[in-house]
Write a protein that binds this ligand. Structure first.
Ligand code: NAG
Ligand code: NAG
Ligand code: NAG
Ligand code: NAG
Length: 347
């Protein structure tokens, strides 16, 4: 027992020494071999640390867990109690008590190791209903996303997206609604779920917002467009980058790509390069729901962060987040504050 303890202690010693050396020499490999390229630490909604291992793509779906996908409707009448909407088995119409076809539809979903109960998503639902008369539908695919072997939920985004497209089509026929009412919003792996939902809806839906779309196994290695969220997936695809190059997309994939604080970790107020920066995209978007196109997260069209920082881009701008104009095209840059209200920065 004490022998084991000695071994463990010496390991801890070697490990910490190693970290200190790396820290001082300032390489990117803070956590050891393959970190960032093959695996990353990831903190789930309860702050539990997991290894996001994307060193291998499984050859078959053997061992992959499938599960149910739940659609929870919220309206101003049902802000605190979801109505579960189920897809009928046969060609019957969808029946919902609270769905109001006069109002637009926001479809929201979560990422890896999460569910639609996650704080940011519930808060975003509340913000939407506070500001607008809407149908907010939260998509819960936790039975699939909670698999700790990252490649499986990553590959399952296609399956989940296809189910969502079926749901959308059933809603369209049941309520005789079109494509322009739909705005799909997803975080991390959820952004790719929505990308697939849009693709399987023939790219005809009005808008998809990707909140720091997951990079491992989508942009690293680089997958063809049909396997990751891109601008073919909807009429307007806007992307907010907050942990670009680690958990999130580094390059531009939408019609409009927004890079607050360069779009990379650490975002202001985030202490470690953990998942804090990755989650900031959700917080910025949530805050933007109460802003207008003129006041809020004003972002400037620019060639690069360096150009923006040098003050060379001051002409063309767009609002980041909910009030973003669907005519925005290109890369937009801005700074934020380090805490809520993030947009209220003194220049
Ligand atoms: C990642 O998975 C591979 C293949 O299963 C394994 O060899 C490797 O040790 C894992 N890496 C980490 C950091 O767990
Ligand atoms: C549906 O929403 C509209 C506002 O967009 C409202 O005027 C109408 O009363 C709502 N219908 C029902 C049945 O609640
Ligand atoms: C997409 O196209 C397919 C094949 O043409 C069609 O069956 C389906 O209804 C379309 N879906 C939407 C949402 O337009
Ligand atoms: C944000 O910055 C202000 C001013 O520099 C500081 O007082 C505050 O503690 C910071 N907040 C966070 C969450 O880092």
């Amino acid at each position: 027992m004490s022998e084991l303890k000695t071994v463990l202690n010496s390991r801890v010693f070697i490990f910490t020494t190693f970290l200190v050396v790396i820290w001082v020499s300032g390489t990117s490999e803070d956590y050891g071999s393959g970190y960032g390229d093959e695996w990353l630490y990831y903190f789930d909604d309860n702050g539990v640390r997991h290894i996001m291992n994307f060193s291998t793509i499984p050859k078959s779906t053997h061992g992959m867990s499938f599960g149910e996908i739940y659609f929870h409707l919220y309206t101003r009448e049902t802000i605190d109690k979801a109505e579960l909407i189920t897809l009928p088995k046969n060609d019957d119409s969808i029946k919902s008590f609270y769905f109001n076809k006069s109002n637009d539809i926001k479809l929201l979903t979560h990422g890896w190791l999460s569910s639609d109960r996650v704080h940011w998503l519930q808060q975003m639902k509340d913000s939407f209903l506070r500001e607008h008369n809407l149908n907010v539908i939260t998509v819960d695919w936790n039975e699939i996303s909670r698999n700790t072997f990252y490649p499986w939920p990553a590959l399952s985004t296609r399956y989940v997206g296809k189910k969502i497209a079926k749901f959308i089509e059933a809603m369209q026929t049941s309520y005789r609604i079109g494509t322009k009412e739909w705005h799909l919003i997803g975080h991390s792996l959820g952004a790719h779920v929505m990308g697939y939902a849009g693709m399987f809806s023939n790219g005809s839906l009005s808008r998809i917002t990707g909140l720091d779309p997951a990079r491992p196994l989508f942009e690293l290695p680089q997958m063809p467009d049909i396997y990751c969220l891109n601008k073919e997936d909807a009429e307007f695809v806007d992307i907010i980058h907050t942990a670009g190059g680690t958990y999130g997309y580094a390059a531009s994939h939408g019609h409009a790509d927004f890079f607050p604080n360069k779009g990379t970790p650490n975002q202001p107020g985030c202490q470690t390069s953990g998942t804090c920066s990755h989650g900031r995209a959700c917080e910025y978007f949530d805050e933007s729901i109460s802003y207008t196109a003129e006041k809020g997260f004003i972002a400037y069209l620019c060639k690069s962060w360096e150009e923006f920082s040098n003050g060379n881009c001051k002409n063309e701008f767009s609002s980041m987040g909910y009030p973003a104009s669907s005519n925005s095209r290109g890369n937009y840059y801005l700074r934020t504050k380090n805490e809520s209200k993030y947009a209220e920065i003194d220049d």
